[in-house]
Write a protein that binds this ligand. Structure first.
Ligand code: ACO
Length: 324
């Protein structure tokens, strides 16, 4: 029997506290104008004290399950993308598994920074295709506020906290272009670019959590090139042209990068889901948060072709095409 996976429900969670650019002006030497002009970001959500990545993930997962009309006990796998886990181990996914009341199957984390959701989707989709899982929860959840250096204006203005989730379900059929479901995923990495974007801490190196460090222009340059390559590979694999894409749901790092991707696809911005202005960069949560928004407000309709792409520390990057 041949299987493909279909997205049957989406969920999201954003912490209650909203921090605007004007709020940041009070704590660091920055301006709303600088942040908006360079990134499009106007505000971000920040987790409350004691609110953990697993809490954000659980809330997004519960909503995704509800919208899918499925129960936690129906699941046989949770794949959680995060680079801000609750603890060094166990995997945050196992905490979410326990909180949801799922006592069978398996749960594990995937670490690919801002590409995390595309990686997790790829892992989950391949489990389904191999016949090794039938109902999978894929989550992207982050509390970047905990790893930012709040004295470094070059990075702390760019990120926010949040979580998004989707439920994947196995359906029979190989996933011909006209079928609903995940049509393809492609993931890539190039570890030579470690120094452009990393966290200067960890259990094995410093025995501390560390802070995010970034060479912004270097990341920008690679982001545009790498994501363009991932888009080309995805379109070619599906025998599609940019004209076949109904929606671009990109990683939300920066409005200028997103606009460059839309130009590459010749897509008008009203076919691009943009949340970066209100969420900032939520790393692995940004694509499922944007997907949730597009589906929930009725813009993305059943059967439409949705292209997702991301790039993050590592470098890692990738793309996925789904007919929703
Ligand atoms: N407020 C005011 N001034 C600032 C701030 C700030 N928050 N941050 C930096 N500056 C200053 C710098 O100190 C510098 O001042 P100087 O000229 O006096 O030295 C000036 O602004 C220009 O700094 P640059 O770093 O050259 O600014 P640039 O135009 O490259 O923009 C930015 C920086 C927005 C980070 C850009 O490089 C970028 O978007 N890069 C992509 C990074 C990214 O999206 N990373 C996310 C993770 S990876 C991913 O998700 C794809």
């Amino acid at each position: 029997m041949v299987f493909r996976s279909r997205i049957v429900g989406c969920g999201h969670y954003l912490p209650q506290r909203v921090v605007t650019n004007a709020d940041l002006e009070k704590i660091i030497d920055t301006s709303d104008e600088w942040i908006r002009k360079r990134t499009g970001i106007q505000a971000r959500h920040i987790a409350a004290e004691g609110e953990l990545t697993s809490d954000l993930a659980r809330s997004a997962a519960q909503e995704a399950l509800k919208n899918a009309g499925r129960k936690a006990e129906d699941l046989d796998l949770i794949v959680l993308a995060t680079s801000t886990p609750d603890e060094t181990f166990p995997a945050t996914a196992t905490r979410v598994q326990a909180q949801l009341g799922m006592t069978s199957g398996a749960a594990f984390d995937v670490q690919a920074v801002c590409s995390g959701f595309v990686y997790a989707l790829s892992v989950a989709d391949n489990f389904v295709k191999a016949g090794a899982a039938r109902k999978v929860l894929v989550i992207g959840a982050e509390t970047y506020s905990r790893i930012l250096d709040w004295q470094d204006r070059g990075t702390c203005v760019l990120f926010g906290d949040g979580a998004g989730a989707v439920v994947l379900e196995a359906e029979e059929g190989s996933g011909a272009n006209s079928d609903r479901g995940i049509l393809s995923t492609h993931i890539f990495s190039d570890g030579r670019h470690h120094d452009a974007l990393y966290v200067d801490g960890g259990p094995s190196s410093t025995q501390s959590t560390g802070h995010l460090r970034m060479q912004g222009q270097e990341v920008f340059r690679h982001a545009v090139n790498n994501m363009a390559q991932a888009i080309d590979v995805a379109l070619e694999a599906n025998d599609m042209t940019p004209g076949d894409v109904d929606w671009l749901v990109p990683h939300q790092a920066n409005s200028r990068i997103i606009e460059a991707m839309a130009r590459k696809l010749n897509l008008p911005m009203d076919q691009v889901i943009m949340t970066v202005q209100k969420h900032a960069n939520t790393s692995s949560a940004s694509i499922p948060l944007a997907l949730y928004e597009g589906v929930n407000d009725g813009r993305i309709k059943e059967g439409q072709v949705t292209l997702m792409e991301a790039m993050g520390g590592g470098f890692t990057w990738g793309s996925a095409i789904a007919r929703l």
